[in-house]
Ligand binder design. Structure first.
Ligand code: ADP
Ligand code: MG
Length: 273
C-alpha cells in the first residue's frame, strides 16, 4: 500500500537541468500523474517552447492557443490559460506553444522580467486557496538552458528537482547549474534549494549506470531519491499516445518506479535546505 500525504502548503518544484534529453519532461509528467492518481491537486507549468509536457498530457498547445507565453509577456492570469487534463481529474496544465521560443527575447524589455512567473503563480495559488481548491504540487518543466525562462522558474519555485541521466558525462554541466542556482539564491530567491535529485534511464546491466549512480549519490547525498528510473521502452512510447506511462502501462516497471519516486517525494515533505 502507498501513502501520499497532502503537504501543509503548496510545494513548487522546478524540474531543471540545462542538458537536453535527461528526462526532465518525462519526470515532470509522470510524477505529476502519480501524485494526481492519489487525489492530490497538481499543476504542471510547461515553460519549454517544445511543449513536450503539454503533448505528453494531451493538452492542446497548437499555435493560437493561449498558454504560458501570454502569462509571461501579455500579463494574462494563469486561470485564463490553464487546461484540465482529460485523464486525471486533479491535474491541470499551463500549456506552452511554439510562441514561447520568442519569449526569451520578448522578456528582456519587460519590467521585473525574472519575476513574472512568480507573480502570476502567486496570484493563481492565492485564488485557488480562497476558492477552497488548494493546489498541492506545482511542477515546472524547464527548457534545456539557463536563460530567462529557467530563471523565471527558479524564482517562482521553492525547490529544484534535478533529473540526471545515467550516462557518460552525467555530471557535466552540473557545476554550471549549481552556480546558476546560487546566483538566484543570492539575488532573487533566498528560499530556493535543491530538494530532489532523480537518477533516470538507469540500465541495471551496465557498470556505467552503477558508476554514475554512485558518483551522483556521493555528490548530492540525501537529495538523491532511493528510487531510480529504469530505461524502459514503455516510458518512451507513452508520449506518442498523449499519455503518461502511469496510465498507459500502469503495471510496467517504468510506471512502478515513477509511482515510487512520487511517493518518496511526498513523504519527504517540505524541509529547509
Ligand atoms: P528532457 O525533457 O530532459 O529533454 P525527456 O524527458 O524529453 O528529456 O527525455 C528524452 C527522451 O528520452 C525522450 O524521448 C523520452 O521519451 C526518453 N526517455 C526519458 N526517460 C526514459 C526512460 N526512463 N527510459 C527510456 N526512455 C526515456
Ligand atoms: Mg523536456
Amino acid at each position: 500500500s502507498t501513502t501520499f500525504p497532502s503537504p501543509d502548503q503548496t510545494r513548487i518544484l522546478t524540474i531543471a537541468n540545462q542538458k537536453g534529453g535527461v528526462g526532465k519532461t518525462t519526470t515532470t509528467v509522470n510524477i505529476a500523474a502519480a501524485l494526481a492518481t492519489h487525489g492530490l491537486e497538481v499543476l504542471v507549468v510547461d515553460i519549454d517552447p517544445q511543449g513536450n509536457a503539454s503533448t505528453a498530457l494531451s493538452i492542446d498547445h497548437s499555435t493560437g492557443v493561449d498558454g504560458i507565453y501570454e502569462v509571461l509577456i501579455d500579463d494574462y492570469d494563469i486561470s485564463e490559460v490553464v487546461a484540465q487534463s482529460s485523464e486525471f481529474e486533479t491535474l491541470k496544465c499551463v500549456p506552452a506553444t511554439i510562441d514561447l521560443a520568442g519569449a526569451e527575447i520578448d522578456l528582456v524589455s519587460k519590467v521585473a522580467r525574472e519575476m513574472r512567473l512568480h507573480r502570476a503563480l502567486t496570484k493563481y495559488l492565492e485564488e485557488q486557496d480562497e476558492a477552497g481548491q488548494r493546489v498541492d504540487y506545482v511542477l515546472i518543466d524547464c527548457p534545456p538552458s539557463l536563460g530567462l525562462l529557467t530563471v523565471n522558474a527558479f524564482v517562482a519555485a521553492r525547490e529544484v528537482f534535478i533529473p540526471i541521466q545515467c550516462e557518460y558525462y552525467a555530471l557535466e554541466g552540473v557545476s554550471q547549474l549549481l552556480k546558476s542556482i546560487q546566483m538566484i539564491q543570492q539575488h532573487l530567491n533566498q528560499e530556493l534549494w535543491i530538494s530532489t535529485v532523480l537518477l533516470t534511464m538507469y540500465d541495471g546491466r551496465t557498470r556505467l549506470s552503477a558508476q554514475v549512480a554512485e558518483e551522483v549519490r556521493t555528490h548530492f547525498e540525501d537529495q538523491v531519491l532511493r528510487t531510480v528510473i529504469p530505461r524502459s521502452v514503455r516510458i518512451s512510447e507513452a508520449p506518442s499516445y498523449g499519455r503518461t506511462v502511469i496510465s498507459y502501462e500502469p503495471s510496467s516497471s517504468g510506471a512502478l518506479s515513477y509511482r515510487e519516486a512520487a511517493e518518496e517525494i511526498s513523504l519527504r515533505g517540505i524541509k529547509n535546505g
